[in-house]
Design a protein around this ligand. Structure first.
Ligand SMILES: [Zn+2]
Length: 63
C-alpha cells in the first residue's frame, strides 16, 4: 500500500500515513485538525538540507 505524506496547516506537523486509496485529507496526530496531502519528496530526509550547494558538481574549479 502506498504511503502518503500529509502536512497540517494548523501546527505545521508533517506525517506519513498509509492509505488504501488516494485520500487527500487526514487527521493531524498532534492537534487533530485536518491535514492536507502533500507531494512526496524524492529524498526521505527530514532535515532541510536541500538548499545546500553541491561542491564539485560542474561549477568550475576543475582544472
Ligand atoms: Zn496539527
Amino acid at each position: 500500500m502506498p504511503i502518503y505524506e500529509y502536512a497540517c496547516p494548523a501546527c505545521g506537523k508533517t506525517f506519513e500515513k498509509i492509505q488504501r486509496t488516494d485520500i487527500a485529507q487526514a487527521s493531524c496526530p498532534v492537534c487533530g485538525k485536518t491535514a492536507e496531502r502533500i507531494v512526496s519528496r524524492p529524498a526521505a530526509t527530514a532535515t532541510g538540507n536541500d538548499s545546500a550547494p553541491t561542491p564539485g558538481c560542474g561549477s568550475g574549479g576543475f582544472t
